[in-house]
Ligand binder design. Sequence first.
Ligand code: MF3
Ligand code: CO
Length: 251
Amino acid sequence: MSKIILKTPQNLESMRQGGKILANVFDKVEISTRVGMNAFALDRLIFNEITALGAKPSFLGYRGYEHSSCISKNEEVVHGIPHESKVFYPGDIVSVDIGVFYQGFHVDAARTFMLEPVDSEVMTLVNVTRESFFKGIEFAIPGNRLGDISYAIQKHVEEAGFSIVRDLYSHGVGAQLHEEPLIPNYGKRGQGVTLKEGMTFAIEPMVNIGAFDILTLQDKWTIIAADRKWSAHYENTIFIGKDGPEILTLN
Ligand code: MF3
Ligand code: CO
């Protein structure tokens, strides 16, 4: 039996407002993600922006996590810790993952920023990762199946010659940061849960230049590509509306 929690119009309104806050935080983050900046300072800026807008950072305190964002560079896939020693250099890609809790609901989003001059294959990686999200959510329509989204993401990534990470998932989001369903970013059309109006998902493809295998560092958080080739991440929280998806975390 599925425990997917459908959101009411009132719930949706709260998530829309949280999403707007998160999109505004990302506008500041984009401006601040520059050569010479470091991840700790960026995380502090993120905390300050979220709290100034009357919201709370979803990640702070989550399973003992002590920061407001995950900041993952280059071969780091996700869940990178924002250490001061993580300095941004020319040619780096920096993925920033942020959750915002507002009026009882979480929204979750991530972007990968490029610090010029970025290698052309790496630039393609970042673009394909973002595009795969949009390819996937074209199928986020009531009556379609979860596998339709997964398949479209995987197809776009693999046609570009990259690998979709398999051991980490997109997920439902709402009163809890992680709700049902778990959404693989790869899969088969016509399989999985049938989509219904009112579902809210955090769709977050993680894409590796090399193989899809990942491993966790000794800090128990940072996940890297096992072959140390670079990786990108893109995520938005979406609402499944009557006629299709509404992206809640984009301005
Ligand atoms: N956005 C991440 C995810 O959906 C959550 C980061 S884990 C945290 O997996 F501990 F940093 F919050
Ligand atoms: Co997420």
